[in-house]
Design a protein around this ligand. Structure first.
Ligand code: ME8
Length: 509
């Protein structure tokens, strides 16, 4: 059986247009999906939109349209942005789809029949934007939401409850047995201490609005938007519809999320699944938050970054690359025009772009555009090849752990080694002296570039292909096998390489 990998993004609320934060998680998942595919995995990559709930109902009301109209309008902005960003998702769930509503009703009923959902009454402080209740003790300054700091309102309603309090020990056992269930470690610790603090039953229905999925046994109750939303991870791979697909891909390998929605994914979600007798996901990775030029991104500050604009100005691969080269994945980061310009000019135009153009020019001039298998090899040639091989292994280790930042550091160590190799071996001198080692050095450079482009492929799918084409490789990079390509070789069907336009033009400040 071939290797399988299932990765998801959160499903995004459609009360707002997509911004850099949504792009971040989705590109992160795309990077892993592309990486796993060239490592030989059959990948299912799911994203989608969260279209129910009070927040959406209120946003539609403000615009004077129905929630359905708002959803239909905004969902296209997400779909279009994913095209612009070259997102290679294989599935997309809208929570308003019939196939999803059917799954939610089925699961609610099942958990109810098991005795894990019961009818009770609820009175507490409710935060509408977060769709969450808080106790007096949790409130900030006695009235504000502890998460978003906006005012909460007192709400009393009849409600169905999920017996979350019964799942504390099971969750602790899961956390104990699977130390990488929640990543990175700081988030694992956060979840563990939350669970150790004791869990209260969770309200899983609302009667204060109507935009959502009615509870099967009492239609004036609407299924809590988070109970509804989390289930998309099952709907998307054919739960109740396509057992073969479902059994192939569940349990999910990785849910990628922002740190803001950790508790829903790492506490509630596995508890719902345990109640259903379905295995929990293997990993939940929670990343940090972006600020913009040092400020929190917010509509009122007018600093919300539209990824379409960034792409227009800097290029799609440059944007994708920046997001993961600038900040270790997992930590918070700051987006600024200065920082993205600095990264593009430094890493891409100078270090990598120059390496490509110098190498291509020399292969054109000294070898008539084609590299050949070397006849003589000196110590330094072997050393370079060996070092590159080690760095590829390091890269793979880091990629497996979602350490994209470190993986990219290894890639740029390779470019730095290759740049130094050119300077120290001076192929133009070897050519002038008629020394056959010129072939060896250019062969190593060509191979170094070839593997570097492949290592960058998950981050920069278009540019890496351009580099392969520029160095005479006609293959589609997305179809290759990582293991076959990571060794140094010489190809017979290499196209002769000639002059190329700069692949990474400099950005003027
Ligand atoms: O929470 N920096 O949807 P949402 C980094 N529908 N990432 C950010 C960000 C920022 N400044 N702002 C948002 C929801 N994100 C629910 C999810 S899943 C079953 C339901 C990213 O539209 C980050 O991934 O509010 C965060 O978790 C997600 O957008 C929240 O998107």
């Amino acid at each position: 059986m071939s290797k399988r990998y299932y990765i998801t993004t959160p499903i995004y609320y459609i009360n707002d247009v997509p911004h850099i934060g949504h792009a971040y998680t989705t590109v992160a998942a795309d990077i892993m999906a592309r990486y796993k595919r060239i490592c030989g995995y059959d990948v299912f990559f799911l994203t989608g939109t969260d279209e129910h709930g009070q927040k959406v109902e209120k946003a539609a009301e403000l615009q004077g349209i129905s929630p359905r109209e708002l959803a239909d309008r905004t969902v296209h902005q997400f779909i279009d942005l994913w095209k612009v960003l070259n997102i290679s998702n294989t599935g997309f769930v809208r929570t308003t789809e019939e196939r999803h509503k059917k799954v939610v009703r089925y699961i609610f009923q099942k958990v109810f029949e098991k005795g894990d959902i019961y009818l009770g009454a609820y009175e507490d402080w409710y935060c509408v934007p977060c769709e969450t209740y808080f106790t007096d003790l949790q409130l900030h300054d006695g009235i504000h939401c502890p998460d978003c700091h906006r005012p909460t309102e007192k709400l009393k309603e009849e409600s169905y409850f999920f017996k979350l309090s019964q799942y504390g020990d099971k969750l602790l056992k899961l956390l104990e047995e699977q130390k990488d269930f929640v990543m990175p470690e700081v988030r694992y610790n956060e979840v563990a201490s939350f669970v150790k603090g004791g869990l209260r039953d969770l309200s899983v229905s609302r009667t204060s609005f109507t935009w959502g999925i009615p509870v099967p046994m009492k239609a004036n109750h609407i299924v809590y938007v988070w109970f509804d939303a989390l289930i998309n991870y099952l709907t998307g791979i054919g739960f109740l519809e396509d057992d073969e697909l479902f059994n192939t891909f569940w349990p999910c390998d990785a849910h990628l999320i922002g740190k803001d929605i950790l508790r829903f994914h790492a506490v509630y979600w596995p508890s719902f699944l345990m109640s259903l007798g379905i295995q929990p996901p293997k990993h939940i990775f929670a990343h940090g938050w972006w600020t913009i030029e040092g400020h929190k991104m917010s509509k009122s500050l007018g600093n919300v970054i539209d990824p379409n604009e960034v792409v227009k100005q800097y290029g799609v691969d440059e944007f994708r690359f920046f997001l993961f080269r600038e900040v270790p994945f997992g930590l918070d980061g700051d987006f600024s025009r200065k920082a993205i310009t600095h990264r593009i000019n430094g890493d891409l135009a100078n270090d990598f772009g120059n390496l490509v153009s110098r190498s291509v020019a020399m292969i054109g001039k000294f070898l008539k555009g084609k590299v050949e298998k070397p006849e003589t090899r000196g110590g330094i040639d072997e050393h370079v090849e060996e070092r590159v091989r080690q760095l590829i292994d390091e890269y793979q280790k880091e990629m497996e752990a979602f350490s994209y930042y470190k993986a990219l550091q290894h890639v740029f160590e390779i470019t730095s080694i290759l740049n130094k190799y050119i300077d120290s071996e001076a192929p133009w001198k070897l050519a002038k002296e008629g020394d056959p080692r010129v072939k060896t050095v250019l062969y190593n450079l060509w191979n170094g570039l070839r593997v570097t482009a492949m290592l960058l492929y998950p981050f920069m799918p278009v540019k890496s292909q351009s580099i392969w084409n520029a160095i005479g490789i006609g293959k589609m990079i997305e179809k290759v096998s990582f293991d076959e390509e990571k060794v140094f070789y010489c190809i017979d069907d290499m196209a002769a390489i000639g002059k190329i336009a700069p692949i990474f033009p400099r950005i003027e400040d």
